[in-house]
Design a protein around this ligand. Structure first.
Ligand code: NAD
Length: 282
């Protein structure tokens, strides 16, 4: 059996088209601020993509490329201005930030209804109360990709490998909310295969190429590979794609799976932020 490949590019394209159509009928353009500190090459690529997407969707976009040595207070002041700016509905601060800046402090300074990354403590905490305002884009992307296969999440054994606050934990909470039975594996889990082999749905978000091999996957499983690893000039995920696709039911490729869907979800979150801003006293 060979897995069906989940085409993240195709699904994302149709979502971005629908975002564009919605924007055309809006009185006020969604406004997105992209903030980057320093010259991390990977961050630059990500911010360029976000700028391109938001221009394509005809958002109003402001980009701030701040010097590596920018002080924490100056960054907080900028976020405060963006929080108050009625033209800006979403604020994205590209992570990682330089070491002298407290990432959590900066993230939490974004108003929750402008936090289109869904990284503030309040928005992450809301995932526990099932009253999500804005959730992390990658986690929403993972759920949508699973649902795109027609798989019913309820009652399934779902295993999430990786427990970061921005990917693994939110994905696990969202799957739990959809009534899957959840196991979360991490760097201290002994014998990961024992768990992954029982997964009807397997989500891998670690950042280690070839971590998940064919003999660790249940036949017919839905495998979502969030990982991004650079090997020479090539990008690969955390899953040994060529071999795992022989046993899985569905699998996402890297590139072309979770990445483009995450970008589409950021666009959707920005539309949601416009709606939220109309319900918040400015
Ligand atoms: P992170 O470094 O914050 O977390 C990695 C997690 O993996 C940790 O919880 C750790 O416990 C776990 N881990 C480490 N070694 C392990 C091992 N040997 N076995 C099992 N678990 C192990 O990373 P993150 O921010 O969650 O990102 C994970 C990966 O997903 C990275 O490759 C990142 O680039 C990628 N990513 C992709 C997108 C996208 O849009 N496609 C978005 C975010 C992150």
């Amino acid at each position: 059996m060979s897995a069906k490949i989940i085409d993240g590019n195709k699904i994302a394209k149709s979502i971005i088209e629908s975002v564009k159509n919605k924007v055309k009928s809006m009185k006020e353009k969604p406004g997105l601020a992209l903030v980057m500190v320093g010259n991390n090459p990977a961050s630059e690529v990500y911010v360029n993509f976000k700028e391109k997407d938001s221009k394509e969707a005809e958002f109003y976009c402001e980009r701030y490329n701040l010097d590596e040595k920018t002080g924490e207070m100056d960054l907080l002041k900028l976020i405060n201005e963006l929080n108050r700016n009625p033209k800006i509905h979403g604020v994205l601060v590209q992570l990682p930030l330089p070491k002298h800046i407290d990432e959590k402090l900066v993230t939490d300074s974004i108003l929750p209804h402008k936090d289109v990354d869904g990284f503030t403590s309040l928005n992450l905490g809301n995932l526990l109360s099932e009253k999500t305002i804005l959730a992390p884009a990658t986690a929403i992307a993972v759920i949508k990709l699973i649902e795109s296969t027609g798989t019913r999440i309820e009652g399934k054994n779902a295993v999430v490998v990786g427990r970061s606050n921005i990917v693994g934990k939110p994905v696990a909470l969202m799957l739990l909310e959809k009534n899957a039975t959840i196991t979360v594996c991490h760097s201290k889990t002994k014998n990961i295969a024992e768990y992954t082999k029982k997964a009807d749905i397997l989500v891998v978000a670690v950042g280690k190429a070839n971590l998940i091999k064919k003999d660790m996957v249940k036949e017919g499983a839905v495998v979502i590979d969030v990982g991004i690893n650079r090997i020479g000039n090539k990008l690969v995920g955390d899953v040994d794609f060529e071999n795992v696709k022989e046993i899985a039911g569905f699998i996402t490729p890297v590139p072309g799976g979770v990445g483009p869907m995450t970008r589409a979800m950021l666009m959707e979150n920005t539309l949601k932020a416009v709606e939220l801003s109309s319900r918040v006293l400015q």
